[in-house]
Ligand binder design. Structure first.
Ligand SMILES: *Cc1c(COP(=O)(O)O)cnc(C)c1O
Length: 466
Protein backbone atom coordinates (compact mmCIF):
# COMPACT_ATOMS: atom_id res chain seq x y z
CA UNK A 1 0.00 0.00 0.00
CA UNK A 2 1.46 3.33 -1.11
CA UNK A 3 0.27 6.87 -0.55
CA UNK A 4 0.28 9.82 -2.93
CA UNK A 5 -0.12 13.52 -2.25
CA UNK A 6 -3.31 15.27 -3.35
CA UNK A 7 -1.07 17.85 -5.03
CA UNK A 8 0.93 15.29 -6.96
CA UNK A 9 4.41 16.66 -6.31
CA UNK A 10 5.53 14.91 -3.13
CA UNK A 11 7.28 11.54 -2.94
CA UNK A 12 5.08 8.44 -2.87
CA UNK A 13 5.38 7.03 0.65
CA UNK A 14 4.56 3.94 2.68
CA UNK A 15 2.29 4.14 5.74
CA UNK A 16 4.96 4.62 8.42
CA UNK A 17 6.45 7.61 6.59
CA UNK A 18 3.00 9.11 5.97
CA UNK A 19 2.24 8.72 9.67
CA UNK A 20 5.30 10.68 10.78
CA UNK A 21 5.16 13.24 7.95
CA UNK A 22 1.56 14.41 8.45
CA UNK A 23 1.43 17.01 5.70
CA UNK A 24 3.06 16.13 2.36
CA UNK A 25 6.12 18.11 1.23
CA UNK A 26 4.16 19.82 -1.53
CA UNK A 27 1.58 21.08 0.97
CA UNK A 28 -0.90 18.36 -0.04
CA UNK A 29 -2.52 15.58 1.96
CA UNK A 30 -1.65 11.92 1.61
CA UNK A 31 -4.27 9.52 0.24
CA UNK A 32 -4.01 5.82 -0.67
CA UNK A 33 -2.93 5.20 -4.24
CA UNK A 34 -5.60 2.48 -4.48
CA UNK A 35 -8.43 1.66 -2.13
CA UNK A 36 -8.32 -1.81 -0.59
CA UNK A 37 -11.60 -3.67 -1.16
CA UNK A 38 -13.62 -5.42 1.54
CA UNK A 39 -15.40 -8.35 -0.04
CA UNK A 40 -18.98 -9.29 0.80
CA UNK A 41 -17.71 -12.40 2.58
CA UNK A 42 -15.28 -10.40 4.65
CA UNK A 43 -17.94 -7.89 5.68
CA UNK A 44 -20.37 -10.72 6.53
CA UNK A 45 -17.75 -12.36 8.71
CA UNK A 46 -17.37 -9.15 10.74
CA UNK A 47 -21.00 -8.94 11.84
CA UNK A 48 -20.46 -10.48 15.27
CA UNK A 49 -16.86 -9.47 15.90
CA UNK A 50 -15.67 -7.10 18.63
CA UNK A 51 -14.83 -3.50 17.75
CA UNK A 52 -11.10 -4.19 18.10
CA UNK A 53 -11.20 -7.28 15.88
CA UNK A 54 -12.97 -5.37 13.13
CA UNK A 55 -10.55 -2.47 13.59
CA UNK A 56 -7.58 -4.76 13.06
CA UNK A 57 -9.07 -6.17 9.85
CA UNK A 58 -10.00 -2.77 8.46
CA UNK A 59 -6.70 -1.08 9.32
CA UNK A 60 -4.31 -3.86 8.34
CA UNK A 61 -4.35 -3.30 4.55
CA UNK A 62 -3.74 0.42 5.02
CA UNK A 63 -0.68 -0.18 7.18
CA UNK A 64 0.63 -2.35 4.38
CA UNK A 65 3.09 -4.36 6.47
CA UNK A 66 5.00 -1.36 7.83
CA UNK A 67 3.98 -2.46 11.32
CA UNK A 68 4.14 -6.20 12.07
CA UNK A 69 0.68 -7.81 12.21
CA UNK A 70 1.12 -9.03 15.76
CA UNK A 71 2.20 -5.57 16.96
CA UNK A 72 -0.67 -3.91 15.14
CA UNK A 73 -3.19 -6.33 16.56
CA UNK A 74 -1.90 -5.73 20.08
CA UNK A 75 -1.94 -1.95 19.67
CA UNK A 76 -5.51 -2.00 18.41
CA UNK A 77 -6.66 -4.27 21.25
CA UNK A 78 -4.98 -2.03 23.85
CA UNK A 79 -6.40 1.15 22.34
CA UNK A 80 -10.03 0.16 22.51
CA UNK A 81 -9.74 -1.75 25.79
CA UNK A 82 -9.18 1.68 27.35
CA UNK A 83 -12.62 2.96 26.35
CA UNK A 84 -15.41 3.41 28.88
CA UNK A 85 -18.02 1.11 27.32
CA UNK A 86 -17.60 -2.59 26.46
CA UNK A 87 -19.15 -2.00 23.03
CA UNK A 88 -16.58 0.81 22.44
CA UNK A 89 -18.97 2.60 20.05
CA UNK A 90 -22.48 1.62 21.21
CA UNK A 91 -25.46 2.06 18.89
CA UNK A 92 -28.64 3.49 20.37
CA UNK A 93 -31.98 3.59 18.67
CA UNK A 94 -33.62 7.04 18.66
CA UNK A 95 -36.40 6.42 16.14
CA UNK A 96 -37.69 3.95 13.62
CA UNK A 97 -34.62 2.83 11.67
CA UNK A 98 -32.87 5.81 13.20
CA UNK A 99 -29.70 5.32 15.23
CA UNK A 100 -27.10 7.16 17.22
CA UNK A 101 -23.55 5.83 17.38
CA UNK A 102 -21.92 7.06 20.57
CA UNK A 103 -18.35 8.00 19.72
CA UNK A 104 -17.67 9.62 23.07
CA UNK A 105 -16.68 6.71 25.29
CA UNK A 106 -12.95 7.42 24.99
CA UNK A 107 -10.76 9.05 27.65
CA UNK A 108 -11.62 12.66 26.67
CA UNK A 109 -15.28 12.07 25.79
CA UNK A 110 -15.08 13.07 22.13
CA UNK A 111 -14.75 11.09 18.92
CA UNK A 112 -11.19 12.24 18.29
CA UNK A 113 -10.06 9.64 20.84
CA UNK A 114 -10.94 6.88 18.37
CA UNK A 115 -8.14 7.96 16.07
CA UNK A 116 -5.73 9.70 18.41
CA UNK A 117 -5.52 6.89 20.96
CA UNK A 118 -4.33 4.59 18.21
CA UNK A 119 -2.18 7.15 16.40
CA UNK A 120 -0.30 7.97 19.63
CA UNK A 121 0.59 4.31 19.98
CA UNK A 122 1.57 4.01 16.33
CA UNK A 123 3.81 7.09 16.60
CA UNK A 124 5.61 5.68 19.63
CA UNK A 125 6.01 2.29 17.94
CA UNK A 126 7.43 3.61 14.68
CA UNK A 127 9.70 6.09 16.48
CA UNK A 128 11.06 3.35 18.73
CA UNK A 129 11.80 1.13 15.73
CA UNK A 130 13.79 3.99 14.19
CA UNK A 131 15.49 5.13 17.39
CA UNK A 132 13.97 8.60 17.03
CA UNK A 133 12.00 10.94 19.26
CA UNK A 134 9.68 13.88 18.52
CA UNK A 135 8.36 17.01 20.14
CA UNK A 136 4.69 17.52 19.41
CA UNK A 137 3.39 21.06 19.68
CA UNK A 138 -0.18 22.22 19.21
CA UNK A 139 -2.62 24.98 20.05
CA UNK A 140 -6.17 24.47 21.24
CA UNK A 141 -9.17 26.67 21.84
CA UNK A 142 -10.06 24.12 24.48
CA UNK A 143 -11.83 21.29 22.80
CA UNK A 144 -9.18 19.19 21.10
CA UNK A 145 -6.03 19.64 23.17
CA UNK A 146 -6.99 17.01 25.69
CA UNK A 147 -7.42 14.29 23.04
CA UNK A 148 -3.87 14.91 21.79
CA UNK A 149 -2.51 14.94 25.35
CA UNK A 150 -4.23 11.68 26.27
CA UNK A 151 -2.91 10.12 23.06
CA UNK A 152 0.72 10.99 23.84
CA UNK A 153 0.92 10.77 27.63
CA UNK A 154 3.61 8.48 29.03
CA UNK A 155 5.00 7.62 25.59
CA UNK A 156 8.72 7.37 25.91
CA UNK A 157 9.91 9.02 22.73
CA UNK A 158 7.36 11.85 22.64
CA UNK A 159 7.09 15.17 24.45
CA UNK A 160 3.86 17.05 23.95
CA UNK A 161 3.25 20.77 24.47
CA UNK A 162 -0.29 22.11 24.18
CA UNK A 163 -0.84 25.87 24.27
CA UNK A 164 -4.22 27.20 25.37
CA UNK A 165 -5.44 30.77 25.94
CA UNK A 166 -5.28 31.56 29.65
CA UNK A 167 -8.71 31.96 31.21
CA UNK A 168 -10.54 31.37 27.93
CA UNK A 169 -11.19 27.63 27.99
CA UNK A 170 -14.03 26.08 29.97
CA UNK A 171 -13.25 24.52 33.37
CA UNK A 172 -13.90 20.97 32.08
CA UNK A 173 -11.68 21.56 29.06
CA UNK A 174 -8.88 23.06 31.13
CA UNK A 175 -8.93 20.29 33.71
CA UNK A 176 -8.92 17.58 31.05
CA UNK A 177 -5.56 19.02 29.95
CA UNK A 178 -4.03 20.08 33.24
CA UNK A 179 -4.79 17.13 35.51
CA UNK A 180 -2.78 14.64 33.44
CA UNK A 181 0.10 13.64 35.66
CA UNK A 182 2.76 12.61 33.12
CA UNK A 183 6.31 13.92 32.81
CA UNK A 184 6.10 14.19 29.00
CA UNK A 185 2.91 16.27 29.02
CA UNK A 186 3.16 20.06 29.15
CA UNK A 187 -0.03 22.10 29.24
CA UNK A 188 0.78 25.77 28.80
CA UNK A 189 -1.57 28.66 29.52
CA UNK A 190 -0.58 31.53 27.25
CA UNK A 191 -1.40 35.09 28.25
CA UNK A 192 -3.25 35.76 25.01
CA UNK A 193 -5.98 34.52 22.66
CA UNK A 194 -6.36 31.27 20.73
CA UNK A 195 -5.03 33.05 17.64
CA UNK A 196 -1.93 34.02 19.63
CA UNK A 197 -1.46 30.35 20.57
CA UNK A 198 -1.77 29.31 16.92
CA UNK A 199 0.70 31.97 15.87
CA UNK A 200 3.20 30.75 18.46
CA UNK A 201 2.90 27.19 17.12
CA UNK A 202 3.29 28.37 13.53
CA UNK A 203 6.28 30.44 14.60
CA UNK A 204 7.95 27.38 16.11
CA UNK A 205 7.41 25.36 12.92
CA UNK A 206 8.67 28.22 10.75
CA UNK A 207 11.90 28.46 12.77
CA UNK A 208 13.80 25.82 10.79
CA UNK A 209 16.65 25.53 13.23
CA UNK A 210 14.31 25.05 16.18
CA UNK A 211 12.09 22.68 14.21
CA UNK A 212 15.01 20.43 13.31
CA UNK A 213 16.69 20.58 16.70
CA UNK A 214 13.49 19.56 18.48
CA UNK A 215 12.23 17.28 15.70
CA UNK A 216 8.87 19.06 15.84
CA UNK A 217 5.77 17.20 14.80
CA UNK A 218 1.99 17.53 14.97
CA UNK A 219 -0.90 15.14 15.26
CA UNK A 220 -3.46 17.36 13.55
CA UNK A 221 -6.51 16.27 11.68
CA UNK A 222 -4.87 16.14 8.26
CA UNK A 223 -2.78 13.13 9.27
CA UNK A 224 -3.90 10.19 7.14
CA UNK A 225 -3.64 7.78 10.07
CA UNK A 226 -6.42 9.65 11.85
CA UNK A 227 -8.78 9.32 8.90
CA UNK A 228 -7.84 5.66 8.55
CA UNK A 229 -8.72 4.85 12.16
CA UNK A 230 -12.09 6.56 11.72
CA UNK A 231 -13.08 4.28 8.83
CA UNK A 232 -13.51 1.52 11.38
CA UNK A 233 -16.67 2.75 13.09
CA UNK A 234 -18.46 3.16 9.78
CA UNK A 235 -17.78 -0.50 9.11
CA UNK A 236 -18.80 -1.49 12.64
CA UNK A 237 -22.11 0.39 12.45
CA UNK A 238 -22.90 -0.94 8.99
CA UNK A 239 -22.24 -4.61 9.74
CA UNK A 240 -24.22 -4.37 13.01
CA UNK A 241 -27.21 -2.97 11.07
CA UNK A 242 -27.26 -5.42 8.20
CA UNK A 243 -24.38 -4.74 5.78
CA UNK A 244 -23.34 -6.13 3.41
CA UNK A 245 -26.86 -7.33 2.55
CA UNK A 246 -28.39 -3.93 3.13
CA UNK A 247 -26.92 -0.43 2.85
CA UNK A 248 -26.65 2.08 5.69
CA UNK A 249 -26.58 5.90 5.72
CA UNK A 250 -24.63 8.22 8.02
CA UNK A 251 -25.09 11.77 9.26
CA UNK A 252 -21.92 13.47 10.44
CA UNK A 253 -21.49 16.75 12.33
CA UNK A 254 -18.68 18.23 10.28
CA UNK A 255 -15.85 20.71 10.82
CA UNK A 256 -12.56 19.87 9.12
CA UNK A 257 -14.19 17.12 7.03
CA UNK A 258 -11.95 14.37 8.46
CA UNK A 259 -14.76 12.37 9.98
CA UNK A 260 -17.08 12.42 6.97
CA UNK A 261 -14.16 11.75 4.62
CA UNK A 262 -13.54 8.55 6.57
CA UNK A 263 -17.10 7.58 5.59
CA UNK A 264 -16.32 8.35 1.97
CA UNK A 265 -13.21 6.18 2.28
CA UNK A 266 -15.25 3.33 3.77
CA UNK A 267 -17.57 3.54 0.78
CA UNK A 268 -14.57 3.54 -1.59
CA UNK A 269 -13.45 0.31 0.10
CA UNK A 270 -16.73 -1.37 -0.75
CA UNK A 271 -18.88 -0.69 2.32
CA UNK A 272 -22.49 -0.33 1.14
CA UNK A 273 -23.20 3.27 2.19
CA UNK A 274 -26.35 4.78 0.76
CA UNK A 275 -25.92 8.42 1.82
CA UNK A 276 -23.39 10.51 3.71
CA UNK A 277 -24.91 13.62 5.23
CA UNK A 278 -22.68 16.57 6.15
CA UNK A 279 -24.14 18.58 9.04
CA UNK A 280 -22.85 22.13 9.51
CA UNK A 281 -23.69 24.90 11.97
CA UNK A 282 -24.12 28.49 10.79
CA UNK A 283 -20.51 28.42 9.60
CA UNK A 284 -21.91 26.79 6.51
CA UNK A 285 -19.21 26.90 3.82
CA UNK A 286 -19.59 23.16 3.19
CA UNK A 287 -23.38 23.33 3.04
CA UNK A 288 -23.14 26.09 0.45
CA UNK A 289 -20.58 24.10 -1.53
CA UNK A 290 -22.80 21.05 -1.81
CA UNK A 291 -25.76 23.28 -2.76
CA UNK A 292 -24.01 25.32 -5.44
CA UNK A 293 -20.62 23.84 -6.31
CA UNK A 294 -18.94 27.04 -5.16
CA UNK A 295 -16.52 27.08 -2.22
CA UNK A 296 -16.71 30.62 -0.90
CA UNK A 297 -14.98 31.88 2.19
CA UNK A 298 -16.90 33.74 4.89
CA UNK A 299 -15.97 34.96 8.38
CA UNK A 300 -16.23 32.49 11.25
CA UNK A 301 -18.76 33.19 13.98
CA UNK A 302 -18.69 31.39 17.32
CA UNK A 303 -21.54 28.92 17.87
CA UNK A 304 -22.65 26.36 20.45
CA UNK A 305 -20.67 23.75 18.48
CA UNK A 306 -17.11 25.18 18.56
CA UNK A 307 -15.44 22.15 16.97
CA UNK A 308 -17.38 22.91 13.81
CA UNK A 309 -16.58 26.63 13.70
CA UNK A 310 -14.33 26.51 10.68
CA UNK A 311 -13.63 28.71 7.72
CA UNK A 312 -11.93 26.18 5.44
CA UNK A 313 -12.09 22.41 6.03
CA UNK A 314 -8.58 21.07 5.66
CA UNK A 315 -9.63 17.50 4.80
CA UNK A 316 -11.95 18.65 2.02
CA UNK A 317 -8.89 18.55 -0.23
CA UNK A 318 -9.05 14.75 -0.10
CA UNK A 319 -12.56 14.72 -1.51
CA UNK A 320 -11.58 17.35 -4.06
CA UNK A 321 -8.77 15.08 -5.24
CA UNK A 322 -11.36 12.36 -5.94
CA UNK A 323 -13.78 14.80 -7.56
CA UNK A 324 -10.97 15.95 -9.88
CA UNK A 325 -10.13 12.33 -10.82
CA UNK A 326 -6.86 12.22 -8.88
CA UNK A 327 -5.30 15.04 -10.88
CA UNK A 328 -2.76 16.71 -8.56
CA UNK A 329 -2.14 19.62 -10.92
CA UNK A 330 -5.87 20.39 -11.03
CA UNK A 331 -5.99 20.30 -7.21
CA UNK A 332 -3.06 22.73 -7.05
CA UNK A 333 -4.77 25.14 -9.45
CA UNK A 334 -8.04 24.95 -7.54
CA UNK A 335 -6.38 25.63 -4.18
CA UNK A 336 -4.33 28.49 -5.65
CA UNK A 337 -7.46 30.09 -7.12
CA UNK A 338 -9.26 29.73 -3.79
CA UNK A 339 -6.38 31.31 -1.88
CA UNK A 340 -6.25 34.19 -4.31
CA UNK A 341 -9.91 35.16 -4.51
CA UNK A 342 -11.58 33.32 -1.62
CA UNK A 343 -13.97 31.59 -3.99
CA UNK A 344 -13.74 28.76 -6.54
CA UNK A 345 -16.14 26.27 -8.11
CA UNK A 346 -16.37 22.78 -9.51
CA UNK A 347 -18.40 22.19 -12.66
CA UNK A 348 -21.93 20.81 -12.55
CA UNK A 349 -21.00 17.29 -13.59
CA UNK A 350 -18.44 16.93 -10.81
CA UNK A 351 -20.80 18.42 -8.24
CA UNK A 352 -23.54 16.03 -9.37
CA UNK A 353 -21.08 13.15 -8.97
CA UNK A 354 -20.35 14.04 -5.34
CA UNK A 355 -24.03 14.65 -4.62
CA UNK A 356 -24.90 11.13 -5.65
CA UNK A 357 -23.41 10.15 -2.31
CA UNK A 358 -23.21 13.31 -0.18
CA UNK A 359 -25.95 15.67 1.03
CA UNK A 360 -25.50 18.62 3.37
CA UNK A 361 -27.56 20.62 5.80
CA UNK A 362 -27.10 23.46 8.26
CA UNK A 363 -28.54 24.37 11.65
CA UNK A 364 -28.16 27.53 13.73
CA UNK A 365 -27.88 27.75 17.52
CA UNK A 366 -31.63 28.13 18.10
CA UNK A 367 -32.25 25.04 16.03
CA UNK A 368 -29.51 23.20 17.92
CA UNK A 369 -31.14 23.93 21.28
CA UNK A 370 -34.52 22.90 19.86
CA UNK A 371 -33.17 19.53 18.67
CA UNK A 372 -31.44 18.86 22.00
CA UNK A 373 -34.74 19.51 23.79
CA UNK A 374 -36.83 17.47 21.37
CA UNK A 375 -34.59 14.43 21.48
CA UNK A 376 -34.50 14.60 25.26
CA UNK A 377 -38.28 14.79 25.44
CA UNK A 378 -38.89 11.98 22.96
CA UNK A 379 -36.10 9.55 23.87
CA UNK A 380 -34.55 10.62 27.18
CA UNK A 381 -31.15 11.00 25.49
CA UNK A 382 -29.05 14.08 26.16
CA UNK A 383 -27.21 15.23 23.04
CA UNK A 384 -24.26 17.58 22.94
CA UNK A 385 -24.64 20.48 20.44
CA UNK A 386 -22.46 18.83 17.75
CA UNK A 387 -24.40 15.58 17.87
CA UNK A 388 -27.69 17.52 17.75
CA UNK A 389 -26.62 19.06 14.45
CA UNK A 390 -25.94 15.53 13.21
CA UNK A 391 -29.41 14.35 14.22
CA UNK A 392 -30.99 17.30 12.45
CA UNK A 393 -28.90 16.63 9.33
CA UNK A 394 -30.12 13.02 9.36
CA UNK A 395 -33.73 14.23 9.39
CA UNK A 396 -33.32 16.89 6.75
CA UNK A 397 -31.57 14.57 4.30
CA UNK A 398 -33.22 11.30 5.20
CA UNK A 399 -33.70 9.84 1.71
CA UNK A 400 -34.91 6.23 1.64
CA UNK A 401 -36.60 5.51 4.99
CA UNK A 402 -35.94 1.79 4.68
CA UNK A 403 -32.21 2.40 4.92
CA UNK A 404 -30.97 2.60 8.51
CA UNK A 405 -29.64 6.09 9.30
CA UNK A 406 -26.80 6.39 11.80
CA UNK A 407 -25.94 9.75 13.32
CA UNK A 408 -22.41 9.95 14.69
CA UNK A 409 -22.59 11.44 18.20
CA UNK A 410 -19.21 13.14 18.42
CA UNK A 411 -19.08 14.44 22.00
CA UNK A 412 -20.46 13.53 25.42
CA UNK A 413 -23.11 16.03 26.62
CA UNK A 414 -21.07 16.74 29.77
CA UNK A 415 -18.37 18.35 27.59
CA UNK A 416 -20.85 21.12 26.77
CA UNK A 417 -22.93 21.38 29.94
CA UNK A 418 -24.09 24.98 29.50
CA UNK A 419 -25.71 24.43 26.12
CA UNK A 420 -27.36 21.21 27.28
CA UNK A 421 -28.64 22.85 30.45
CA UNK A 422 -30.01 25.81 28.49
CA UNK A 423 -31.91 23.47 26.19
CA UNK A 424 -33.25 20.94 28.70
CA UNK A 425 -32.83 22.37 32.19
CA UNK A 426 -30.65 19.38 33.01
CA UNK A 427 -27.00 19.60 33.94
CA UNK A 428 -25.35 16.59 32.25
CA UNK A 429 -23.13 14.56 34.56
CA UNK A 430 -19.60 13.42 33.75
CA UNK A 431 -19.28 9.64 33.53
CA UNK A 432 -18.33 7.87 36.76
CA UNK A 433 -14.70 7.35 35.72
CA UNK A 434 -14.24 11.11 35.43
CA UNK A 435 -16.45 12.32 38.23
CA UNK A 436 -13.43 13.34 40.34
CA UNK A 437 -12.09 15.66 37.60
CA UNK A 438 -12.61 18.70 39.80
CA UNK A 439 -10.80 17.12 42.76
CA UNK A 440 -7.62 16.27 40.84
CA UNK A 441 -4.53 18.46 41.08
CA UNK A 442 -3.84 20.76 38.18
CA UNK A 443 -0.37 21.02 36.69
CA UNK A 444 0.40 23.62 34.04
CA UNK A 445 2.72 26.50 33.29
CA UNK A 446 1.77 30.04 32.39
CA UNK A 447 3.88 31.81 29.78
CA UNK A 448 3.77 35.22 28.14
CA UNK A 449 2.67 35.55 24.52
CA UNK A 450 6.29 35.55 23.42
CA UNK A 451 7.86 33.05 21.04
CA UNK A 452 11.32 33.20 22.62
CA UNK A 453 9.88 32.39 26.04
CA UNK A 454 7.88 29.46 24.68
CA UNK A 455 10.81 28.05 22.71
CA UNK A 456 13.03 28.36 25.73
CA UNK A 457 10.47 26.51 27.82
CA UNK A 458 10.21 23.70 25.25
CA UNK A 459 14.01 23.32 25.02
CA UNK A 460 14.47 23.09 28.76
CA UNK A 461 11.58 20.72 29.31
CA UNK A 462 12.83 18.33 26.61
CA UNK A 463 16.39 18.44 27.91
CA UNK A 464 15.06 17.83 31.41
CA UNK A 465 14.19 14.25 30.59
CA UNK A 466 16.17 13.09 27.62
C1 LIG B 1 -13.58 17.66 15.79
C2 LIG B 1 -15.04 17.57 16.08
C3 LIG B 1 -16.01 17.62 15.06
C4 LIG B 1 -15.65 17.84 13.60
O1 LIG B 1 -15.00 16.74 13.04
P1 LIG B 1 -14.19 16.89 11.67
O2 LIG B 1 -13.51 15.61 11.47
O3 LIG B 1 -13.24 18.04 11.89
O4 LIG B 1 -15.20 17.20 10.61
C5 LIG B 1 -17.35 17.46 15.41
N1 LIG B 1 -17.72 17.29 16.69
C6 LIG B 1 -16.82 17.26 17.70
C7 LIG B 1 -17.31 17.10 19.08
C8 LIG B 1 -15.45 17.38 17.44
O5 LIG B 1 -14.58 17.36 18.46
Amino acid sequence: MKYVSTRGEAPVLAFDDVLLAGLAEDGGLYVPQDWPQFSTDELSSMAGMSYAKIAYRVIRPFVGGTIADSDLEKMVEETYAGFGHVAVAPLKQIGSNDWLMELFQGPTLAFKDFALQLVGRMFAHVLAARGERVTIVGATSGDTGSAAIEACRDRENIDIFILFPEGRVSPVQQRQMTTVDSANVHAIAVAGTFDDCQDLVKGMFNDTQFRKAQNLSAVNSINWARVMAQIVYYVVAAVRLGAPSRPVSFAVPTGNFGNVFAGWAAWKCGLPIDRLVVGTNSNDILFRFFETGEMKMAGVEPTLSPSMDIQVSSNFERLLFDMLDGDGAAVRDWIAAFRKSGAVSVDDARLAGAREKISASRLDDDGTRRVIREIYETTGELLDPHSAIGVDAARQCRGNKEVPMVTLATAHPAKFPDAVKAATGIHPQLPERMSDLFDRNEKFDTLPNDIAAVQDFVRRAVEGHS
